[in-house]
Design a binder for this molecule. Structure first.
Ligand code: NAD
Ligand code: UFG
Length: 378
């Protein structure tokens, strides 16, 4: 789904974390919708090759993308980018996201996810840029008391990563309540999977993947021996954990819909939306769908439950459907098809491609085939 309200050809959107998994797909979607996009990313969990591919996939609209290598913890660098551009809205993906790592090393999580966000919000406030979309997570529902989870379900976090998400949400509610000029949307994603249908953009986790689908993908391409299934004694259809997997392309259109909502709803305040499909899929079901898509077997080993995991989580989709006019279009077959296309075309993620030096001279001469990229050093 493309939300094209004819209102935004001149609108410029700052996308923090736009080189990452969800940010790269969303940046492409925004370019195709006709927005100008400026990405700020410190590349701590991504690489510039993803941005180059976004430019490529956007065709002519790729000219409307700029990339700055900036760490949000460096407030002066963030200000320097705001000196160069007038942003109509900000979509904030940048942050660290591994639950286990956040328990082992909480400080980098608080620094990146809280300090980075505070810097961004403060610079936005002083520049009078007051439209903000934030990447939150189903993690803010902890172990839900019942499913489907709605936006009104109890908020309850179980780890430092989750706490950073909830704290940013609370900051957003305070800021918006104090100043009605702010319009903010919290998007709580369920389980993002899949890749761009071209097979050129996808998730490229560093080290051992924490999440199910990147792990399955690495087993499929021979980088890992087998998938460990964490528990087959849950009270679910086949005993394995059930989640609401959502295609990353649907998340990208969800952001487009959220921006449209921000621009058209002066009294939005701070509003949260769950982004999921509303369908629960078990580990064994999604592995079977992946095997079908890839035409190969994924060796499995059943192990104990992973501490902190809940048995079943999926969302109600009514609020996003009614208020954003958005609904996920893809099912698990499409998610697995595109995940496999990405995996088989890029068995080592973005890494095999040599980093090309950015040809800034060519860019200055109007050749936008090179991504315009700058390190902001302050
Ligand atoms: P990702 O790691 O692929 O992307 C995050 C990007 O932010 C990376 O490119 C990274 O280099 C950048 N970044 C991190 N810290 C930064 C900083 N201080 N300054 C500038 N850039 C920085 O992750 P993703 O899966 O695309 O997730 C995007 C957002 O969505 C994150 O906030 C994440 O917490 C949230 N989220 C993700 C999931 C998921 O399962 N993927 C689920 C729910 C919520
Ligand atoms: N699983 C396995 N083996 C693995 C990895 C996962 O069996 O190697 C199982 C888990 O036990 C769970 C399911 O696959 O039943 C999904 O696990 P993920 O780690 O992919 O996803 P989670 O639902 O545990 O959590 C993810 C993010 C959270 C976020 C949540 C909702 O890690 O940060 O999705 O967005 F909050």
């Amino acid at each position: 789904m493309t939300v094209n309200d004819g209102l935004h050809p001149e609108r410029c959107i700052l996308v923090t974390g736009g080189a990452g998994y969800i940010g790269s797909h969303t940046s492409l979607q925004l370019l195709l919708d006709g927005y100008k996009v400026v990405i700020m990313d410190n590349l701590i969990n991504s690489c510039e090759e993803a941005v180059r591919r976004v430019v490529d996939l956007a065709g002519k609209q790729g000219e409307n993308l700029l990339f700055y290598k900036v760490d949000l913890c460096n407030k002066a660098a963030v200000e320097a980018v705001f000196d160069l551009h007038q942003f109509d809205a900000v979509i904030h993906f940048a942050g660290l996201k591994a639950v286990g790592e956040s328990c082992a090393k909480p400080l980098p999580y608080y620094i990146n996810n809280i300090l980075g966000t505070l810097n961004l919000l403060d610079v936005m406030n002083t520049r009078n840029c007051k439209k903000f979309v934030f990447s939150s997570s189903a993690t803010v529902y902890g172990q839900p008391e019942s499913v489907p989870v709605t936006e009104e379900s109890r908020l309850y976090v179980l780890n430092p990563y989750g706490r950073t998400k909830l704290q940013v949400e609370e900051m957003m509610r305070d800021i918006t309540a104090a100043d009605p000029d702010w319009r903010t949307i919290v998007l709580r994603y369920f389980n993002p999977v899949g890749a761009h249908p071209s097979g050129r953009l996808g998730e490229d986790p560093q080290g051992i993947p924490n999440n199910l689908m990147p792990f399955v993908q690495q087993v499929a391409v021979g980088r890992r021996k087998e998938l460990t299934v964490f528990g087959n004694d849950y009270d679910t259809k086949d005993g394995t954990g059930v989640r609401d997997y959502i295609h990353v392309q649907d998340l990208a259109t969800g952001h487009s819909a959220a921006l449209h909502k921000l621009f058209t709803t002066p009294d939005i305040g701070c509003t949260a939306y769950n982004l999921g499909t509303g369908k629960g899929t078990s580990v064994l079901e999604i592995v079977a769908a992946f095997e079908k898509a890839a035409g190969l077997k994924i060796p499995l080993r059943i192990a104990d439950r992973r501490p902190g995991d809940c048995s079943v989580v999926f969302t109600a989709t009514d609020k996003a459907g009614k208020e954003l006019g958005w609904k996920a279009q893809n099912g698990i077959d499409e998610m697995c098809r595109d995940q496999w296309k990405w995996a088989s075309n890029n068995p080592n993620g973005y890494r095999p491609v040599q980093e090309q030096p950015i040809d800034l001279k060519a860019v200055a001469n109007g050749n936008h085939e090179a991504v315009m990229s700058k390190d902001i050093v302050v």
